[in-house]
Design a binder for this molecule. Sequence first.
Ligand code: ACM
Length: 531
Amino acid sequence: MTLPVIPAPATETSPDGTFVIRDDVAVVAQSAELIEVAARFVDDVQADAGFTLAGNPGITVMIDTAGLEEVAPVAGLRADGNEDADERYGLEVAGDGVRVWGATAEGVHRGLTTLRQLIAAHAHDGTAVLPATRIIDGPRFAWRGLSLDVVRTFHAPDEVRRVIDMLSLYKLNVLHLHLTDDQGWRVEVPSRPMLTEVGAKGAVGDRAGGYYTRDELAELVAYAAERFVTVVPEIDMPGHTTAVFSAYPELAPAELRSVDLGDGTSIPLNTFEPERPEIWAFVEDVLDAVIPQFPQSAYVHIGGDEAWGMPDEAHAAFVERAAALVRERGKRVVGWQEIARAAISSDEVVQYWLEPRQLESLDGDASSMVPSDLLPVLVEHMKKAAQDVPRAIAHGSRLIMSPTSRLYFDCPHAEPSSDPAQEELRQRVGLPFYTPVSIRGGIDWDPLEVTPEVTSDTQIAGVEAAIWCETITSQEDLEFMLLPRLPGAAEKAWSPNPTDWPDYATRLSHQSPTWRSREWTWFKSVEIDWK
Ligand code: ACM
């Protein structure tokens, strides 16, 4: 068996021998810049597996580049824009101790994350007998993320911290916060107080709204940064702006339109109108207030998706001007794939999500699940989407791969849970018009197989999962959809090696002791023989 580690390391050899971890095995940092990552590791191992790790030196961490050239250079873009970053690491378990090294503290942190997983998987009655190993590892892509919808259900800061802990455990390094949408506005803009006084009140249905204060966001951003996770803000424009219009009705179009869904709800077809100067004053105020709250991020996500009801020319004009305003403020632009329909530059990053197979299913099975008035809107949208990737490539833009059928974690779970008590959750959570996805189906792909046009890692910025929260009402629902899918996304984003299902299923089964210790909810798929 390969090591019980996700994502799978790039290279690994298994000499003979073991090293035994007990409470009295301590970590020694050989340089001052590693004291913090070593301390974080000790706290994490305590929370994952209960070891205190205080006593005699046994685990040594150091700045060193030995052997790191054995892994291929990383592809893609860093969300923090740090061109000198290096996440590669070496990890050696031998009879006389454990050594973890890298060129940077971040690299050493990634190596210690692998060690955390090894310790938790081997922990038994107060000892963890680690098999001897030598790992040289580094990521395939620099941008490895999760997009979290905090609008349809507002997730309190403590819930978001739990999600950051999950990202960190699987070497994911981007938390993309979807902060604004039709149902709510979740970030403070002091010059536009009604956004939080009025716009933040709502969520889906009668769920409580809310927003993150500047202090709460500063704490979240710092908590993430300590774990080498960059928080990227999304302000979704020019569609998905109903919460703005409820806060500032004077910004709304004169005539409001919507598609009736027949169940008492409707989908708005109202967008920002780029010809109106007051829209641009608003956008500038928002960017000026939001950008400083995310100091680690080199990017602002401007949304750009599903601007239904908006003429193509107006959408393109909007994206071009919004992108220019972001660039003027020293940040780079990322947007959903629809931004490729505008005259963007190679600096802009395009997030792929709409798959042709969705159009096929709208023509077939799913058509009965979609309200009849909405169907033509979706079909027209999907037809245009077919040209988005070729356009993005023609602009020289790089793509974040978020294919719906693999990485939209609000697709229902396909297979039953081994815990009958979870079946009610499984039936309720997940958008019913998506084809259900199994754990195996979620990892049985490669980023280069997603679209015919993307044939080289050099065209890819990274890999990002997304979770939309229309059907997710609580922390339990959220975690039930994130786990066990999140490690699968991390495997695709990090590991250069193809994933072999039986091997992956075994590695995944070893994750549950940590999840149990941390009291994280997870979907107990019958596909996995959970530990
Ligand atoms: C999206 O799912 N509307 C990007």
